[in-house]
Design a protein around this ligand. Structure first.
Ligand code: BGC
Length: 547
């Protein structure tokens, strides 16, 4: 297996992770200070860091002014080199964001491009005359709803430029080979400095119809012509060749297309992406039938050896606890979701703070500036209770966004010693996954289940795990018939930390309300092994698994 196939990734939003210098904003040195938390306490083995390039920060770094510089807000190249060195010494892989579709409007390339129609870089961006009615060249929309048209008129040269996001994020023209070459140079620069790969922002947007034909639906940004145009695939293949020339480096695409078949085209050929972020999962209703059917559809769309990747939230989306109903209910469901994330076939990504069970935070209007209202999921990481430590352990200064409104009870320091916390559950699940071959590499087989329950097996020839997830608020009993299995299975992890230790009877597995569990299923001949397994879990987590 390659490193990324068995990795558990953790997304760091650097502004909000840890501030090492008291300016109220997280930074690279702060990340380095918490590598032990990530690799030892939590147990992940790869991190994705959201952008830290030099930027005017209108879109918090997704508007790059210079691909070769680190923004002083986040530190220096020396800080970056330390981070890579320290991560490496812990066997922690580091991937960084790469933003190929657009730059900041203050990037030198755009300044040159907009300066005159005859500029040598004019064609590095997408410029067009007005339509016959004097309006924008076509009906393409920005992906930020409040922006509206994806075109802005520029008086200097009397033409419009394209921007799939903010007007201050002009789209690069990937039909121009000079742009592709310049962007490849930026990739080489960071690969030369030791990153293990990239999360590639808004990737399908680097392929657009060169004729700029109008989309059939002018009310929404996803259209036939402005995204996921066939040219994207050759471009990705060339990027893959570049990455492969560096050895084991990876490309994780943010593939913001709306159907699994098209998403599969970025993955299944083996010569494009290693992993693709599939945000369709976030839109699935939280019930057993929809989730079971989605898992099956993903299996069909990306059959092995392709690997799906999974996440419950990120810096662009509401936090999972909130999305699943908030309060106790949202938390109970989020525990089931965590178990699904870390046991389904594919590569899991955890968004910072998710492991603490954070819901979205209330952020006063006076502190909200983001074009898409994404502050509630971006507030600083609560390392400690604000009453014990000013700044919640995030900063000694004034935090750039208010601390999380639940930081007093939901924080690393409180949760690390609480066996019932979300953090304790994540730690158990990550450790289990990392030590369990079937969960890392086994094929997935959906199991027939009673209403309200999702069940699947993860299997290798020598090892089998079964995952059961009760989506209902009432207890239930699942009868399992598994060919060649011993009658009893060993309970490895439950979302219910109070669950009694021991074996369960496969013929009638009891599940509490909103309970998910993982069972080690033994072949009938190895039933004695179950005892050893149970003892092992007791040693590592006496407080949880002494059953
Ligand atoms: C990023 C967003 C960003 C947008 C424009 C995305 O999909 O994840 O945070 O605003 O691209 O770069």
């Amino acid at each position: 297996m390659n490193w990324w196939q068995s990795a558990v990734f953790y997304q760091i939003y650097p502004r909000s992770f840890l501030d090492s210098d008291g300016d109220g904003t997280g930074d690279l040195a702060g990340i380095t200070m918490r590598l032990d938390y990530l690799s030892e306490t939590l147990g992940v083995n790869a991190i994705w860091i959201s952008p830290f390039y030099e930027s005017p920060m209108v879109d918090n770094g997704y508007d790059v002014r210079d691909y070769y510089e680190i923004d002083p807000l986040f530190g220096t190249m020396t800080d970056f080199e330390n981070l890579i060195r320290e991560a490496r010494s812990r066997d922690l892989r580091v991937i960084m964001d790469w933003i190929p579709n657009h730059t900041a409007d203050s990037h030198q390339w755009f300044a040159d491009s907009r300066s005159s129609r005859s500029s040598a870089r004019r064609d590095w961006y997408v410029w067009r005359d007005s339509a016959d009615d004097g309006g924008p060249p076509n009906n393409w929309r920005s992906f930020f709803p409040v922006v509206g048209s994806a075109w802005t008129y520029d008086k200097t040269t009397g033409q419009w430029y394209l921007h799939s996001f903010l007007a201050s994020q002009p789209d690069l023209n990937w039909d121009n080979p000079e742009v592709e070459a310049a962007m490849h140079d930026t990739v080489r620069f960071w690969l030369d400095r030791g990153v293990d790969g990239f999360r590639i922002d808004a990737l399908p947007l680097i392929g657009k119809d060169a004729l700029l034909r109008a989309n059939s639906d002018s009310r929404q940004p996803w259209g036939e012509f402005n995204i996921d145009w066939h040219t994207v695939h050759d471009r990705i293949q060339r990027l893959r060749t570049l990455c492969d020339s560096y050895g084991e480096r990876i490309m994780v695409g943010e593939v913001n297309v709306l159907d699994l078949r098209r998403l599969g085209m970025y993955l299944t050929g083996g010569n494009e992406l290693h992993l693709a972020h599939n945000f369709l999962f976030l839109n699935q209703p939280w019930n057993a039938e929809d989730i079971a059917s989605f898992v099956t559809r993903v299996e069909n769309a990306f059959p092995s050896p392709a690997l799906p990747s999974w996440y419950l939230g990120n810096h662009d989306n509401p936090r999972v606890v909130t999305r699943l109903g908030g309060g106790q209910l949202g938390t109970a469901r989020a525990r089931v979701a965590a178990l699904l994330l870390l046991t389904v076939r594919g590569v899991p990504f955890i968004y910072q703070g998710e492991e603490l069970g954070l819901p979205d935070s209330q952020v006063p209007d006076s502190c909200r500036h983001d074009v898409d209202g994404r502050e509630p999921q971006r507030v600083p990481m609560p390392w400690d209770a604000p009453s014990r430590m000013a700044g919640g352990g995030f900063t000694t200064g004034q935090p750039w966004l208010p601390l999380h409104d639940m930081a007093e009870s939901l924080n690393v320091s409180a949760e690390v010693t609480d066996k019932d916390s979300m953090l304790a559950l994540y730690r158990r699940l990550i450790e289990l996954r990392r030590g369990n071959d079937a969960l890392q590499a086994g094929e997935l087989t959906a199991l027939p289940m009673p209403e309200g329950v999702v069940g699947f097996a993860r299997e290798l020839p020598h090892s089998r795990a079964v995952v059961l997830l009760n989506f209902m608020g009432n207890p239930t009993v699942v009868p399992l018939t598994l060919p060649g299995a011993a009658t009893k299975a060993c309970l490895l992890v439950s979302t219910d930390s109070a669950r009694s230790p021991g074996y369960v009877d496969l013929a009638s597995v009891e599940l509490g309300p909103h309970e998910g569990l993982v069972l080690a299923v033994l072949a009938s001949a190895d039933a004695g092994e179950a005892t050893k397994l149970a003892e092992h879990r007791a040693d590592r987590y006496g407080h949880v698994d002494r059953r």
